[in-house]
Design a protein around this ligand. Sequence first.
Ligand code: NI
Length: 300
Amino acid sequence: MIYKRVGIFALCAMLCGILLGCKKEPEVVFLSLPSDENLEDQSSLMGNIQEVAEQMLPQMDSFESTEDNNPAIIQTPAPATANMGEETANLPPDIDPNLPMVALTFDDGPGSVSTTRILDALEANGARATFFVQGKQAVLYPELLQRAHSLGCQIGNHTYNHKDLTSLSDQEALEQVESLNELVREVTGEGCALVRPPYGKGWKDEHVLNLIPYPLIMWSIDTLDWKTKDSASTIKAVMDNVKDGDIILMHDIYEQSAEAAEAIIPALQERGFQLVTVNEMFACKNIPLEAGHAYRKAVQ
Ligand code: NI
């Protein structure tokens, strides 16, 4: 299988990178890299994307129906393994903590053209976003991860194979998170500090919260871009509802979402919002991001 060969080649290239010492190699919680079986998933990638979108429909709807009743921060006891990750709050000088800000977040990528368009728009406007990537996409487009990281964007963890964390054994769930973390670290030199659970599942599940050693990041504005695939509707969902401290959910695997982002980024800035990463926004608001907790927006 050509895809298997490509996957093996990509892994070899990454391992060579480590051996040559060209990547930072910080303390590591190393779980196994994805098996060949997982890499073979790439062969039906486009089918998978469609499947993922279809699977999201009922589950996202059920999540949406409960959204209004939930507080910004769900408090549960932090596990002993609490780990803030490596991205600490070294705030860039272009942020004014006293002015409004929001965090654009893009799930399920990197895509190819669509993610490139979004990165172009961010770069052209001096803005940053957070990309919650999945591993099976990241192995296809490592150069997009590197570019996002070099632009100051944050790379978050959306699991290796877009798995519902509530449906897995503890070991499987941790492997889904840590194998992607290793991949991101090998590509960018920095691991993921945050997890966004696929399908929005697990953020109210005490077992998942206590198991996953990273903060879970949800959202306060759901554009439903994956459902409508309509840029005007996505733009309206943001511009009609946006407030200081919001986390905005979009997906960078659709052209219509890229088109919407190209309009939303300058429009938000014109309205006075700074576009920053999730870590930056919570640091500016003095809200610590802790493992064992889920966050929907940065509001005290
Ligand atoms: Ni997703």
